[in-house]
Write a new protein. Structure first.
Length: 123
């Protein structure tokens, strides 16, 4: 039997779209999003977690420039809006302060966390 064992073919991944329950959309229509940057092997990632829904989005960033982060935030806010949610507040630390005017223009509140504090949802 030596050398004759073969790997079993893995089962294919099944993509299943599950509709968001009406109760969740009604109860948590207003969304608060906690955001932070995370680095894995020098690769920047934007981590976004909704406070009550606990939906997590992670996006790899090429340059982690202000414009790129703004575009990703706009994309995620549009995703929530498309599914019937309304982005009300974004909680972030000082590195996201340059985005405050853009968020306010979008009608989204900005809660800046002090340097000695952290945002537990996204840490």
């Amino acid at each position: 039997m030596k050398g004759k064992t073969t790997k079993k073919k893995p089962d294919p991944v099944i993509e299943e779209v599950v509709p968001i329950p009406k109760r969740i959309r009604e109860r948590h229509q207003d969304v608060s999003l906690s955001i932070d940057l995370m680095f894995v092997q020098n690769l920047a990632m934007l981590v976004m977690v909704s406070k009550y829904i606990k939906y997590t989005t992670i996006k790899t960033l090429q340059s982690h420039s202000v414009q790129e982060v703004e575009w990703e935030l706009h994309h995620v806010c549009s995703l929530y809006c498309h599914h019937g949610f309304c982005m009300k507040t974004i909680h972030a630390d000082l590195e996201f302060n340059p985005m405050r005017p853009v968020l306010l223009d979008m009608g989204i509140g900005y809660n800046e966390v002090a340097a000695t504090e952290h945002i537990p949802e996204v840490e």
